[in-house]
Structures are given as structure tokens and as C-alpha cells.
Write a protein that binds this ligand. Structure first.
Ligand SMILES: [Zn+2]
Length: 159
């Protein structure tokens, strides 16, 4: 049995040299950062939503409400840990993950392999099961003005 899921997430991008920018568990060397209640790892948030979506288990806001003060600055890897527990309980494994980052800045390509390796480790997958793509808005709209970042993820689960 196969289940497909998709997740999408947006975070505001700011110039904040002392706040880390973390994508898929990898810290980028950049003066930019993403705002958020947690560590704002937008890649892990979209993957989490995709996994939960595939199982019809709600979204990450249900499991990790941003009104919960104890979750402030939370390591988003905890979201993936929770998703893996739910997949195990429901006897699902991931067939593949495909992630697309939409952002003008910073440049993702130098970090692409490192982020894929990090995701493969977090999700307990082989590297060839994890795809990461990056594109820009060609300068159009708010994302084109680097006011934020968007990430879309698709996952296929099987049991
Ligand atoms: Zn998020």
C-alpha cells in the first residue's frame, strides 16, 4: 500500500548575522536567517508536514503548537523523530522524499549534498531516496525580493 503526502512551508527571511540559518539540519554560513518560533528549519517542517499528510495525521501545528512556550527555539529534528515514531506505529516506511527550496538568497547549491546527507541520516534513508532541488522566483513577488523562503516537499510512504 502506498500513501503520498505533500508539505509546504514559508518563513520570513531576515538579515541577522548571529541567528543561524538551518536547512535540513545543516547550518549555512550566511548573514541571513529565518524567523520562527522553533529553530525555523523550514526544510524539516515541510518534510514533517508531508509525512503527516501521507498518514492523514494532521500537520506539525497539531503535534507541535507554536503557542506552546516550551517549544520555543525547538530543534526541528524532534519533528522528524515524532514522524518516524508515527510511521513505525502505522507500519509505514518512506520510499522517497523530494524537496524543492524556493529562495533568491542565500545560494543553496553549495550545501545541496550536505543537506541531502543530513536528511538521509535523519530519515534513515539511502542518499538516492532523498532529492533536493532549489529554484528562485526570478525576482518576482515577496519571495523574489528575498522577504522569505518557501519549501515544498513530497513523500511516498509504503507498507
Ligand atoms: Zn515552519
Amino acid at each position: 500500500m502506498y500513501r503520498i503526502g505533500n508539505g509546504i512551508d514559508f518563513h520570513r527571511l531576515v538579515l541577522e548575522p548571529f541567528r543561524p540559518l538551518i536547512l535540513g539540519g545543516v547550518e549555512l554560513e550566511t548573514e541571513f536567517a529565518l524567523l520562527g518560533h522553533s529553530d525555523a528549519d523550514i526544510v524539516l517542517h515541510s518534510i514533517g508536514d508531508a509525512i503527516l499528510g501521507a498518514m492523514a495525521e494532521g500537520d506539525i501545528g497539531d503535534h507541535f503548537p507554536d503557542t506552546d512556550p516550551s517549544l520555543k527555539g525547538m530543534d526541528s529534528k524532534d519533528i522528524i523523530v515524532k514522524c518516524r515514531e508515527l510511521m513505525k506505529a502505522n507500519q509505514y516506511t518512506i520510499s522517497n522524499v523530494d524537496v524543492t527550496i524556493v529562495s533568491e538568497k542565500p545560494k543553496i547549491s553549495p550545501y545541496r549534498l550536505e543537506i541531502r546527507k543530513s536528511l538521509a541520516e535523519l530519515l534513515n534513508l539511502e542518499l538516492n531516496q532523498v532529492s533536493l532541488k532549489a529554484t528562485t522566483m526570478e525576482g518576482m513577488g515577496s519571495l523574489g525580493r528575498s522577504e522569505g523562503m518557501m519549501v515544498m516537499s513530497s513523500v511516498l510512504l509504503e507498507k
